[in-house]
Design a protein. Structure first.
Length: 302
């Protein structure tokens, strides 16, 4: 079950990255557009291209049409991230997080019709349990019921669809071509998206100001954060080569559970860096969620 370790590397590392994101946004990006944040993601991918090309000389093997689709996958991934960041900018993370459950649902439908993937009854049951467990983590009791927010729903459903299509394209070509060849062209797509953002004058000015005032901190902290995020992304995409798309994406949705777990550690050991409620009700809630996720994983790996 090596693929399971790679699949879980995504949510674990993304959870670590989420805490970095929170710190960076509150400390350095409060007065900047969230699109500027993505420029660092594009830059890390761009730096990776020469190394991948050196170790994988077959990057030009796919045809022009295949390369264009893989590049589109990278653009869609960045688009999904942009929609997510815009949603996060105006809403609490606990309100935004449940919408990520749309990704494996979109992924299941797409994989069924495009790849012909069929899940067994235990796999479907396990996927549902994983999603349910993650939803339990995202519930906040004691809050007043709020009106339906159309803008949030549209942003996050668009994010989920874009992420699912990106994963579908990557899986299609990573199986036919080499993993690193597909990764190379996906990073090219991310770099193209970053170049488009950089062509906007206001984004260039904001980036220049951030680098002028906080260059050392941004290059060290955000650089480390992007490498962690990159590791999670690579592990998650590698798992797509060995397991159904919807199952890998269901496992990816457990990020919220790991965010809570790391938040507890930070609250206990480094309260200045993070705070998480540790009431008995919250601990029981998260414990039940963890049990559902564990049971779901046991079913999907049978």
């Amino acid at each position: 079950m090596t693929w399971l370790l790679f699949a879980f590397s995504g949510p674990v590392l993304w959870a670590v990255s989420t805490h970095f994101d929170k710190y960076l946004v509150e400390r350095y990006f409060k007065h900047s557009d969230v699109a500027v944040f993505l420029l660092f993601t594009a830059f890390i991918g761009l730096l990776s291209l020469p190394f991948i090309a050196f170790f994988e000389p077959a990057i030009m093997n796919p045809g022009a049409g295949s390369i264009a689709l893989i590049v589109l996958s990278g653009i869609l991934y960045m688009g999904a991230m942009l929609l997510y960041l815009h949603a996060l900018q105006s809403e609490e993370a606990s309100v935004v997080a449940p919408f990520f459950q749309a990704v494996p649902l979109f992924g299941y439908v797409l994989a069924y019709f495009v790849l012909g993937e069929r899940l067994s009854v235990p796999q479907m049951t396990g996927g549902v349990l994983i999603i349910a467990g993650t939803l339990i983590v995202s519930i906040r009791f004691g809050h007043n019921v709020r009106r339906f927010k159309l803008r949030l729903a549209l942003l996050m459903l668009g994010c989920g669809l874009a992420a699912a299509v990106s994963g579908l394209i990557f899986k299609m070509f990573a199986i036919e071509a080499e993993f690193w060849t597909t990764t190379f062209w996906m990073f090219v797509g991310e770099a193209i998206f970053g170049a488009a953002l950089l062509s906007v004058g206001s984004y260039r000015r904001q980036l220049a100001e951030l680098l002028r005032t906080n260059a050392a901190a941004l290059l060290t902290i955000n650089g480390s954060n992007e490498l962690i995020n990159l590791g999670g992304g690579l592990g998650n995409r590698y798992a797509l080569m060995f397991a159904p798309l919807s199952i890998v994406q269901a496992i990816s949705s457990t990020t919220a559970l790991f965010v809570f777990a790391f938040g507890v550690v930070l609250s206990l050991l480094f309260p200045r860096l993070g705070r998480e409620t540790l009431s008995l009700r919250d601990l029981l809630q998260k414990g039940a969620a963890a049990m559902l996720v564990a049971l779901g994983v046991a079913l999907v790996t049978r």
